[in-house]
Ligand binder design. Structure first.
Ligand SMILES: CC(C)(COP(=O)(O)OP(=O)(O)OC[C@H]1O[C@@H](n2cnc3c(N)ncnc32)[C@H](O)[C@@H]1OP(=O)(O)O)[C@@H](O)C(=O)NCCC(=O)NCCS
Length: 162
């Protein structure tokens, strides 16, 4: 089945919020303290997502037969803020396709952006490594969250060093 990637706007806030909550709660939340989980759910509510989408450098959804199954958001050209895939649609290349779409957008529109960083959940570290991100910190805990800071140096690909 074909995955279609479309730019996301504030009109997609409700669907994006529902997908993020489902993916986060099922796959990633168990590594976080309950109060940190609640803060994240609040910060990705439909109202919060509307504001994030209005301000985003890049945001897109992945659709399978018109159903939202993946979502990516970059608040700035050098920060990947959110990447979530529906728990029933894992390991079909959706996460990778969303990152490649974002990367192409950054490459075309923000050539001054050389390195993209993110905070990876423990669950997603191996996934991000497969995309060319490397840890730039050890795993850390902050306000009940657990993460590893990672970075992708974009020129590595053309140098055969990804
Ligand atoms: C992490 C996540 C986005 C990956 O999405 P996905 O669509 O399943 O990933 P892809 O199918 O594009 O995977 C690409 C490659 O990453 C690696 N990978 C992906 N998920 C993996 C896993 N759970 N374990 C090990 N490797 C994994 C594999 O090398 C995979 O290629 P392969 O399937 O050919 O072996 C998804 O699991 C998710 O939404 N997780 C919960 C939310 C989360 O933690 N997001 C990150 C927030 S920082």
């Amino acid at each position: 089945m074909t995955i279609v990637i479309r730019i996301a706007t504030a009109a997609d806030a409700e669907d994006a919020s529902a997908l993020i909550h489902m993916s986060f709660l099922e796959l990633a939340a168990k590594d976080w303290e309950p109060q940190a989980v609640q803060i994240f759910l609040d910060e990705s509510s439909p109202a919060s997502m509307r504001e994030r989408l209005k301000a985003a450098t890049y945001a897109a959804g992945a659709y399978l037969q018109e159903r939202l199954v993946g979502f990516i958001l970059m608040p700035t050209p050098t920060l990947l803020g959110m990447l979530f895939v529906h728990p029933q649609s894992l390991r079909r290349g959706i996460g990778r396709a969303l990152w490649e779409a974002a990367r192409a957008h950054i490459g075309s529109n923000f050539p001054q952006a050389i390195t993209v960083e993110l905070n990876s959940t423990p669950y997603a570290v191996v996934f991000y490594q497969s995309l060319g991100f490397f840890p730039i910190s050890s795993a850390f805990q902050r306000s009940g969250t657990r993460a590893t800071r990672m970075a992708c140096w974009l020129p590595a690909r053309s140098l055969g060093a990804e």
